[in-house]
Design a protein around this ligand. Structure first.
Ligand SMILES: Nc1ncnc2c1ncn2[C@@H]1O[C@H](COP(=O)(O)OP(=O)(O)OP(=O)(O)O)[C@@H](O)[C@H]1O
Ligand SMILES: [Mg+2]
Length: 252
């Protein structure tokens, strides 16, 4: 579904993503792991068009999407979450989710001005769908609370729900369970499983190795901007290079 070819991103003299190539199969949970500073977030930022790459290309279903800006990728079915949350604190939980439906909204002027029946129907439909998504992660009771008043764990879930509202075929998750307690972590893991059963493909960046090993179909390991290894969870867990560069520390 997604193919990364020789992707490179530099910040001044630092090559944060260094000639990375890999493929993500449709319907897979594909993890990208590696030590702090390995270049995982930069990779996601480059795939999702937030950064322009300095070399290489990104292909989605056979189409070159390398130069498509980030706000256009949503129309190609790509959504993401951010390692550092990007929630609008002054808005309610429900309003944050409704932002995700933006691509489906009728933006023509007349229905808006006239508050037409069609627009009201549309609002009702989106609100119902948003409430359903909030139910998936068990936070529907908080729909009308302002986001800034809520705990970190709730906001992490909200961030995923908002990405889901765009109706993605490919979801990029940057550390979705960082800072969550074990119960919340299990809930998010369960949600990811549900999504994949629903034919969403997931790229998962995560330091929680138990979750990565349980969920992933395939793992790409990054180290200092480069691809160190790739394989199934069993292969990666037993790869001496990965253990030395990362897992030795991550599993302690
Ligand atoms: N906007 C930026 N400007 C300059 N350097 C950056 C920028 N973003 C990241 N870097 C550097 O690029 C390297 C890769 O960082 P990145 O955030 O991609 O790592 P990461 O694998 O996501 O790490 P972590 O697991 O800690 O989130 C680091 O050395 C970082 O300091
Ligand atoms: Mg990161």
């Amino acid at each position: 579904m997604l193919e990364i070819r020789n992707l490179t991103k530099r910040f001044g003299g630092l090559t944060a993503v260094d000639d990375i190539s890999f493929r993500v199969a449709k319907g897979h949970i594909h993890a990208v792991i590696g030590p702090n500073g390995a270049g995982k977030t930069t990779l996601i930022n480059t795939i999702s068009g937030l950064y322009r790459c300095d070399g290489g290309s990104v292909w989605l279903d056979g189409a070159d999407i390398t130069d498509i800006p980030t706000d256009q990728l949503v129309y190609r079915g790509i959504a993401r979450t951010f390692q550092n949350l990007e929630i609008c604190g002054g808005m309610s939980v429900l309003e944050n989710v409704l932002l995700g439906f933006d691509r489906y909204m009728d933006k023509t002027l007349w229905p808006t001005l006239l508050r037409s029946g069609r627009l009201m129907d549309q609002e009702r439909r989106f609100t119902e769908r948003a409430m359903h998504l909030l139910e998936l992660v068990g936070i529907e009771d908080l729909a009308h609370q302002k986001a800034h008043a809520l705990s970190y764990g709730i906001l992490k879930k909200l961030e995923i729900v908002r990405a889901l509202a765009t109706g993605p075929e490919l979801l990029l998750l940057d550390e979705p369970v960082a800072g969550l307690n074990p119960q919340e972590t299990d809930e998010v893991a369960e949600l990811i499983r549900t999504l994949v059963a629903d034919e969403v493909t997931v790229i998962l960046i995560e330091h929680d190795m138990r979750m990565v090993m349980e969920l992933s179909d395939w793992i790409t390991v990054m180290h200092r901007g480069k691809k160190l290894a790739e394989g199934t969870p069993a292969e990666i867990r037993n790869d001496p290079r990965v253990i030395e560069a990362y897992l030795g520390g991550a599993l302690k």
